[in-house]
Design a binder for this molecule. Structure first.
Ligand code: ZN
Length: 77
């Protein structure tokens, strides 16, 4: 969806903005070890035709480094 095309219906009516799901704070806490972590803002891409929603984290360089160091990489198939 980041390329402006909905993978669900093929529409180019894709928009970016803030969205909330069940709480007022759209941030996500990423856990980097037992006591460390970072709080990252969340934004959303929404298809105005079919309603498909894709959540996105607004990552900075430290967030990316922490993810690569502390999360498990999913192997490619
Ligand atoms: Zn769509």
């Amino acid at each position: 969806m980041a390329q402006g095309v909905c993978p669900g219906c093929g529409s180019t009516e894709v928009y970016a903005g803030e969205a909330y799901y069940g709480q007022a704070n759209p941030n996500v806490r990423l856990k980097f070890g037992a006591l460390r972590g970072t709080t990252v803002p969340v934004s959303a891409l929404v298809c105005a035709d079919c309603g498909r929603l894709e959540w996105r984290l607004a990552l900075d360089g430290d967030d990316r480094e922490g993810i690569r160091k502390h999360f498990s990489r999913v192997p490619t198939r």
